[in-house]
Design a binder for this molecule. Sequence first.
Ligand SMILES: Nc1ncnc2c1ncn2[C@@H]1O[C@H](COP(=O)(O)OP(=O)(O)OP(=O)(O)O)[C@@H](O)[C@H]1O
Ligand SMILES: [Mg+2]
Length: 266
Amino acid sequence: MTSPSAPVPAPADATPAVPRIAVIDLWKAFRGKEVLRGVNLEVTAGESFVILGGSGAGKSVLLKHLIGLIQPDRGHVVVDGEDLTCAEPAVCLQIRRKFGMSFQEGALFDSMNVFENVAFPLRRHTRMTEAEIADRVHECLQLVNLDGIGRKATNELSGGMRRRVGFARAIALQPEILLFDEPNTGLDPLTSAVIDEVIIGMRDRLPVTMVTITHDMRSAFRIADRIAMLRDGRILAVAQPEEFRQLPDPYIQGFLAGEPLEEEVA
Ligand SMILES: Nc1ncnc2c1ncn2[C@@H]1O[C@H](COP(=O)(O)OP(=O)(O)OP(=O)(O)O)[C@@H](O)[C@H]1O
Ligand SMILES: [Mg+2]
């Protein structure tokens, strides 16, 4: 077990990995209720980092801090050496452009078909021509194994397909860091496994760093290079999957056994 802020061990002859994302003593309360209580973690370039935690543990709140959508009461989020928590708005915007995010509910625009959903960030943030946009949308849909469904309306899609369209939209601008909020929630086990395969495929084929938050243990073990456990507003442990299984902490063992101990009460 490594301490939450310890870097991933590097091969002996390599220079130590510089974290892409460092979260340092992050605190956040809403109306007096402390949600994050001193979170520390580091995400290394190119890894698939998974944050596990029970419902209401503060996973989405933490993820939104990583991209600057929520400001902490205290502490820092440092991305590639730039402190997102005290950066100028223009710098913040620049840092944010490194990220692609897939939100918990997919957040597709139901007034647009699949193609337009994926094209949306390209139209908004680039000056690409229609032909370039069409190529890029095609590429992104291919990456999530949804080639050829561009003309479909979003309400014709299954839950798993909606998620994948959300992923395609999140990668449209070629982000360097991808954030996934509960990519498997509400999906049956088979569809959930397909989603994990798509995530693994993206990790293997794209030069990205990934942070996924989930309470789905099976999914975490399929997609993670390292797993962190968030509990009571702090990171309880960070470990590689096999090592994580062996951690003696009763909360983690309960979680692994599918019998979480009494958790956060709202
Ligand atoms: N904008 C907000 N205003 C007030 N309270 C909030 C806000 N956002 C989150 N919270 C509270 O913070 C706590 C953690 O919420 P969060 O959404 O991060 O949980 P979560 O771990 O993502 O849970 P789930 O697995 O259900 O998605 C909850 O008690 C929630 O009500
Ligand atoms: Mg959440």
